[in-house]
Design a protein around this ligand. Structure first.
Ligand code: IPD
Ligand code: CA
Ligand code: CA
Length: 274
């Protein structure tokens, strides 16, 4: 059986959903007792705790149980010793895991964080799962198999104009404030509404489910988007190709949304002028 067959995708989807839901239960337990967590700083406004690491370990264990030969790239443990970024980037094959996306929300007691798990074959996403343990929602997709929320098929909206759009936004202290200011000003001047959930993966899931029309963030990492971009595409949306490493060691700009909005985004925000 080829690793990229629908049958293999279905098996990996089953593993990814089980792992994400188990991970969500563990994350919720940490969340309810977060006063006990020691918070460490990875960089400016970039926090981490034992919760992120233990949740990633749980996911790695679930994957290894079903697919012991598969590679895993995770935010907290990298490739787990298999060589730098082997599962990431173009042409890569393996799992891509963000154990808790929305860590800052998590550590502040804001119940807006998710588990994100993807599997890629030769750089192409085959399986994507995003689980929100607080809302009890799991979003998933397989390549060519459509996108779902808790078993119900989901679609992006038909929004074609920024004037009618609600657009997710994000920012990081790692990029110039001018990029954020210029883009958000252009969106507001065009008549769009904006939302920042501080959780890139949930913003992608919301685009796929028609809760947002598009989402933009000028600095994201592979594990923030690997699952969500597949879910958006399988829900009828699209995105600019996300290429880790284009703007920094592993970072790139994300724009995903309805096909009609993407062209407007490009021309009206001058997003690619920098
Ligand atoms: C962060 C979130 C946030 C985005 C940041 C990411 P983390 O991921 O996705 O929305 O704006 O750039 O680092 O650290 O919570 O996994
Ligand atoms: Ca993340
Ligand atoms: Ca994370």
């Amino acid at each position: 059986m080829s690793a990229a067959s629908p049958n293999a995708d279905a098996k990996r989807l089953e593993t990814a959903r089980r792992a994400a839901e188990e991970a969500g239960r563990l994350a919720r337990r940490f969340f309810e007792n977060r006063e006990a967590l020691l918070i460490e700083t990875k960089g400016p406004q970039d926090l981490v705790s034992a919760a992120d690491r233990e949740v990633e370990e749980l996911i790695r264990g679930e994957i290894a149980r079903d697919f012991p030969d598969d590679r895993v790239l995770g935010e907290e443990f990298g490739t787990g010793g298999a060589g730098d970024n082997e599962a990431g980037g173009d042409g890569a094959t393996g799992w891509v895991v963000d154990p808790i996306d929305g860590t800052q929300n998590f550590l502040r007691g804001i119940p807006q964080f998710v588990v994100s798990i993807a599997y890629r074959e030769d750089g192409v996403a085959r399986v994507g799962v995003i689980h929100d343990p607080n809302a009890g929602e799991t979003f998933w997709a397989t390549a060519g198999g459509g996108a779902f929320r808790n078993g119900t098929a989901i679609r992006v909206t038909g929004a074609a104009w920024l004037e009618e759009a609600v657009v997710g936004i994000g920012h990081s202290p790692r990029h110039a404030p001018e990029i954020f200011n210029r883009t958000v000003t252009a969106l507001i001047e065009a008549g769009a509404q904006t939302r920042n959930y501080c959780c890139a993966a949930i913003q992608l899931a919301y685009v796929a489910d028609g809760r947002l029309d598009a989402t933009w963030d000028p600095y994201l990492l592979d594990w923030d988007v690997a699952a969500g971009m597949l879910i958006v595409r399988e829900a009828g949306g699209d995105g600019v190709p996300f290429v880790p490493g284009r703007k920094g060691p592993h970072a790139d700009t994300l724009i995903a949304g309805t096909p009609g909005l993407l062209e407007q985004f490009r021309s009206r925000t001058r997003m690619f002028d920098d």
